[in-house]
Design a protein. Sequence first.
Length: 135
Amino acid sequence: MELSSNLAIAINRDGHIISIAVDKSESKDSVLHRLQNLIGGFGIDEVLLISSSVDGPVVTEHWGGMRRYRLYNIAWDTSNENHPEGDDPVILELPNEVIVDIENDDIFDPTEDAADFLSNNYGFCIFSCSWEEIK
């Protein structure tokens, strides 16, 4: 899905607001990931995508009703062909815990999708992780 917006504004559960510039070719997952990194452990409740028009700013998309998961006790697989014992995840700056915000209409089953999410966002596979939904 290609975004038609220039600005993304996120509102977290505590009412804090953060905004980022959005490239028109950037994916929704990329935008959410960047917002999650900036907003930290507070979680995202709603996201508005805004474009400018002749008449002023226009909300082009609204993502709301987020579900929030805590992925923790992440056991990273940092081994490779040249280094079978792997590197220390701390040295590689890999997190032990990650907060994930998912739109309610997106299909995300942490039991099956957490490993893919972590691998796609951090570039390493995992052996295992624990998770819980945060209300």
